[in-house]
Ligand binder design. Structure first.
Ligand code: AMP
Length: 557
C-alpha cells in the first residue's frame, strides 16, 4: 500500500518570511555599524528593511533578475546586511566574495560566480582595482561606505544615490524554496576555489537549527545583542545575520575594525550578549582583557569556530567570567554543524579537567545534522569509543551536494554524505573531536592556504628539486605554513629562504608566505610515493628540523 500522505500546507521555506517577521515584529530593533571614527552608525530594523526593498528595486532596474548573481565585496556593515536581505528575497543570488583573497583568486571567484553586479564597500576598492580588467561578467559596480571612489572609481554607481532614486520599493516575489539564495567560495586542495550554492530552503532550515539547538544558555532571542566578528563574506556570517533578523536580536557590525581595543570598546559600549569569530580573533582579545580588565557583564557567549579552540583560550576567558562556546562547521555546511553543550546529565560526573575536555571538543551535532566517522581502510563505521579515528562525514538539508559548475564527486560518498576531509573521533556520549585533517590545506587565522599550490610554486623555482608544505601549530594563527625544500644539486649554496619568499610573493596573498623554509636532503615519502606529511609534521613537533633551518625570516600577515 502506498504511504498515507500528510495533509499539511506546502508553504515554501524561503528567507522572505524570516526577514518579514523580524522587520515587521521588531521594527524598532537596531543595527549598529562601527565607523572609522566617532560613535557608531545606528539604524532600525524598519529602516534597514525599507532600504532593502529600495535596493531590490535599484538592482531590478539595473537588470538583475531571478537567478542573477550579485557579488558583495564588503566587511560587516549595514549595507552588507541590506544586501543579505534584498538580494535573495528578490530572487537573485547573493555572492559574498572573500576580500582577503589574492587578486588571481578574487578574479576567478567573481568570474566563476558570474556576478553581473558588484556591491563594493569603498574600503575594498583597492582590491577591486587590482582586478579591474579581469571582470568579464560584471556589468555594474555599486559603491558604498566611507571613503573615496578612487582608485578606479570611474563608472561606479553610488549606492545611496540609487536608493534615493528608487521610489517604488520592490515587493518580494513568490519564490521556489529550492532556488539558489546565496553563493560562497571555499578553498580547494588544488586549483581554484569552488562555489557552494545555498538554497532558500537550506538557509531557512539552517536558521531554525541555529535558533533551536539550545547551543546558548538562555537561548537566542530579541533580548540579545549579537556581534558577528566573523566576516559576512565567510559562509553566511555563520548564519548570525539571518538568525538575528528572524528573531529580532540587535546586530552590532564591526565593519573592518577587528583589533582587540576596538572590539572590546564595541562589546562593552553596546552591551553585546553574543559574539562569534575564529580563535585568532579571541587570543589577542583575551590578552587585552588580561592586560586591561574591562567588565563585559552582558556577554554570555563567545562562539568560537573555524579552527580548534585551544583549552587555554577557554580557561582564559573563564577567568573573566566569559564563556567560550566551541563550534565546528564548514562553508559546505552553511556552516553550523556542531556546538558544544555540556549535557545536563553529565554535569555532576565531571571534574573541572573532564569538563574542560568536553568544552574543548567540537561538540554535539545540531538538530537535523547527522555525523558519522568512517574508517576508510575497512569501509566500516568507527565505534563511538573516543579512540577510533576516521573520516568525518556529515549529512543535513543544509549541507551541499555538489559544487558550482563542477561534476566531480570526490567530496561525496556513494550514499550521499559529505566527506569533510577532517579526521575525528566520536565518544560514547556523542562528542566529536577533530584530531587531524586529510585535506592538504593549512588554516591560518581562519583563512585557507593551499599547501599544494605553494609546493607547485616552490617547485617551479629553477633551483628547487622538491618542496612539501605542512601546517605547524601556532599560538597566534592556529597554524602557519612551513616549507621543506630539497635544493637542486649544485644549487645548495646559492638558494636562500629569502630568495624563495621573493619567488612566491607575486603569486600569493601575504599571509600565505611560509613562516619557515627548511632545507632538507630528502622529503620522506609514503608507500605510494606521496610526501609523507605526517612524518614532516612529527619532525616539526619534535623540533628535529630546527638544526637544519637556515634562519628564514618570519613571514607576516
Ligand atoms: P571553512 O570551509 O573555511 O569554514 O573551513 C572548514 C574547516 O575548518 C573544517 O573542515 C575544519 O577543518 C576546520 N574547522 C572548522 N571549525 C573547526 C573547529 N572548531 N575545530 C577544528 N577545526 C575546525
Amino acid at each position: 500500500m502506498a504511504p498515507m500522505r500528510g495533509r499539511m500546507m506546502d508553504v515554501p521555506l524561503t528567507l522572505v518570511p524570516l526577514v518579514e517577521r523580524g522587520v515587521g515584529l521588531y521594527g524598532r530593533q537596531v543595527v549598529v555599524t562601527q565607523r572609522a571614527e566617532g560613535p557608531p552608525r545606528r539604524a532600525t530594523f524598519a529602516e534597514v528593511g525599507a532600504r532593502a526593498h529600495r535596493l531590490a528595486r535599484a538592482l531590478h532596474d539595473l537588470g538583475v533578475g531571478p537567478g542573477d548573481r550579485v557579488g558583495t565585496m564588503a566587511w560587516n556593515t549595514q549595507e552588507h546586511l541590506e544586501a543579505y536581505l534584498a538580494v535573495p528575497c528578490m530572487g537573485a543570488v547573493l555572492h559574498t566574495v572573500n576580500v582577503r583573497l589574492h587578486p588571481d583568486q578574487l578574479a576567478h571567484v567573481i568570474a566563476d560566480g558570474g556576478d553581473r553586479v558588484l556591491l563594493c564597500q569603498r574600503a575594498c576598492l583597492p582590491a577591486l582595482a587590482a582586478i579591474a580588467d579581469r571582470l568579464p561578467t560584471v556589468e555594474r559596480v555599486v559603491t558604498f561606505g566611507e571613503g573615496e571612489d578612487a582608485p578606479g572609481g570611474a563608472g561606479h554607481l553610488d549606492y545611496e544615490a540609487l536608493l534615493a532614486a528608487s521610489d517604488r520599493p520592490l515587493a518580494w516575489p513568490d519564490l521556489d524554496e529550492r532556488q539558489a539564495a546565496g553563493l560562497c567560495h571555499t578553498s580547494a586542495t588544488t586549483g581554484d576555489p569552488k562555489g557552494v550554492v545555498y538554497s532558500h530552503r537550506s538557509l531557512y532550515l539552517h536558521t531554525l537549527s541555529l535558533l533551536a539547538t539550545g547551543f546558548l544558555p538562555g537561548g537566542f532571542s530579541d533580548a540579545d545583542v549579537v556581534l558577528p566578528v566573523v566576516p559576512m563574506f565567510h559562509v553566511n556570517g555563520w548564519g548570525l545575520p539571518h538568525a538575528s533578523v528572524a528573531v529580532g536580536a540587535a546586530l552590532v557590525l564591526p565593519d573592518r575594525f577587528l583589533d582587540p581595543a576596538r572590539l572590546v570598546g564595541l562589546l562593552a559600549g553596546e552591551r553585546v550578549t553574543l559574539t562569534a569569530g575564529v580563535p585568532s580573533i579571541w587570543g589577542p582579545l583575551l590578552q587585552r582583557l588580561d592586560a586591561e580588565p574591562t567588565p563585559l557583564p552582558g556577554l554570555r557567549g563567545i562562539l568560537c569556530g573555524g579552527a580548534a579552540a585551544p583549552p587555554t583560550l577557554i580557561e582564559g576567558f573563564d577567568r573573566h567570567g566569559l564563556t567560550v562556546i566551541h563550534a565546528w562547521g564548514m562553508t559546505e555546511t552553511s556552516p553550523l554543524g556542531t556546538t558544544v553543550r555540556v549535557k545536563h546529565l553529565l554535569e555532576p560526573a565531571l571534574d573541572p579537567a573532564a569538563r574542560l575536555r568536553v568544552r574543548a571538543s567540537q561538540g554535539l551535532p545540531a538538530i537535523g545534522f547527522e555525523v558519522r566517522v568512517m574508517d576508510l581502510a575497512t569501509g566500516e563505521l568507527c565505534p563511538s569509543d573516543g579512540r577510533h579515528q576516521g573520516e568525518l562525514q556529515v549529512r543535513a538539508p543544509w549541507v551541499c551536494d555538489g559544487y558550482l559548475g563542477r561534476e566531480d564527486r570526490e567530496a561525496f560518498t556513494a550514499d550521499g554524505w559529505l566527506r569533510t576531509g577532517d579526521v575525528a573521533t566520536l565518544d560514547p556520549e556523542g562528542y566529536l573531536r577533530l584530531v587531524d585533517r586529510t585535506k592538504d590545506l593549512v588554516k591560518s587565522g581562519g583563512e585557507w592556504i593551499s599547501s599544494v599550490a605553494l609546493e607547485t610554486l616552490l617547485m617551479g623555482h629553477p633551483q628547487v628539486d622538491e618542496a612539501a608544505v605542512v601546517g605547524q601549530p601556532d599560538p597566534r594563527w592556529g597554524e602557519r605554513p612551513v616549507a621543506f625544500v630539497v635544493a637542486r644539486p649544485g644549487a645548495e649554496g646559492g638558494l636562500t629562504p629569502a630568495a624563495l619568499l621573493e619567488h612566491l610573493r607575486p603569486h600569493v596573498a601575504r599571509y600565505w608566505l611560509p613562516d619557515r623554509i627548511l632545507f632538507v636532503d630528502a622529503i620522506p615519502k609514503t608507500g605510494v610515493g606521496k610526501f609523507d606529511k605526517r612524518a614532516l609534521r612529527r619532525r616539526l613537533a619534535e623540533g628535529a628540523a630546527a638544526d637544519t633551518e637556515p634562519g628564514a625570516p618570519q613571514g607576516s600577515r
